[in-house]
Design a protein around this ligand. Structure first.
Ligand SMILES: [Zn+2]
Ligand SMILES: [Zn+2]
Length: 208
C-alpha cells in the first residue's frame, strides 16, 4: 500500500493519502489545504483519486475539498450528520480571519459501520465517534491496526467540544466505547499533532 502523510492548511491538519499499489486507486483523508502538494503526489505516483474522505466538516479539514474535487472528480464522503455543515464553512472560517472555499456537497453520506473500498488493498470502516462535532467519525484501516480519528482524540489530549455540535461527555464516551476497545497496539492517527497508540492514550491521556 502507498501511504503518504502531509501537513496541510492554515491549522496544520494531518492529511493522509492511501493508494493501492496494484490498481492505483487512492483515497485522501482530510485535504484541508495545500491541494497542489496533494495533486503532485497523486500525479507522481500515477494515482487515481476515488474518494475524498472527511473525518468531520471543520474548515481546516475540508478547505481543499473543492479544488481537489474539481481537479480529480473524486467522490466526497463524510458522516451523514455533517451533511449540512460541510457546505457552510466559509462563514466559520471568516470568524478565524480566513478565506476558505465551501466544500461541494457530499456524494456519499456515511453511517456507522459503512465501508469504503479502494483498489484491492484498502478497506476503511466508518466508526461514528461524535463529541468534537455531531458527525465526527473515525476510520479503521482493515488488516493493519491503524485508525484515523480526526479531532476526536489527540496524543495526550482530546478535541475541543465548545464548537456547534460539540459535547464533552459524548466525546469521552465515543473514545471509551469505540477507540479504547481496540487492541492496545493500534496506531492512532489524529487530525493534528503526532501519532500515538490506543494503549498509550489509555494509560497516559489525562482526560480518561
Ligand atoms: Zn475540528
Ligand atoms: Zn482540526
Amino acid at each position: 500500500m502507498i501511504f503518504k502523510h502531509l501537513l496541510v492548511g492554515p491549522l496544520d491538519v494531518n492529511c493522509f493519502i492511501l493508494g493501492c499499489e496494484k490498481t492505483k486507486e487512492s483515497i485522501v483523508i482530510d485535504p484541508g489545504g495545500n491541494v497542489q502538494d496533494i495533486i503532485d503526489f497523486l500525479t507522481t505516483n500515477h494515482l487515481k483519486l476515488k474518494y475524498i474522505l472527511c473525518t468531520h466538516s471543520h474548515f481546516d479539514h475540508i478547505g481543499g475539498n473543492k479544488q481537489l474535487k474539481d481537479f480529480t472528480g473524486a467522490k466526497i464522503a463524510i458522516h451523514k450528520d455533517e451533511a449540512d455543515s460541510i457546505t457552510n464553512i466559509s462563514s466559520t472560517a471568516a470568524l478565524f480571519g480566513m478565506k476558505i472555499d465551501n466544500s461541494p456537497e457530499a456524494d456519499i453520506l456515511l453511517n456507522d459501520g459503512d465501508k469504503l473500498y479502494v483498489g484491492e488493498e484498502i478497506t476503511l470502516t466508518t466508526i461514528h465517534t461524535p463529541g468534537h462535532s455531531s458527525g465526527s467519525s473515525s476510520f479503521l484501516l482493515e488488516n493493519s491496526k491503524i485508525i484515523f480519528v480526526g479531532d476526536t482524540l489527540f496524543a495526550g489530549s482530546i478535541g475541543r467540544t465548545d464548537l456547534p455540535g460539540g459535547d464533552f461527555s459524548t466525546l469521552i464516551n465515543s473514545v471509551k466505547k469505540n477507540i479504547f476497545t481496540l487492541p492496545d497496539e493500534t496506531t492512532v492517527l489524529p487530525g493534528h499533532g503526532p501519532d500515538t497508540s490506543v494503549g498509550e492514550e489509555k494509560r497516559h491521556n489525562p482526560f480518561f
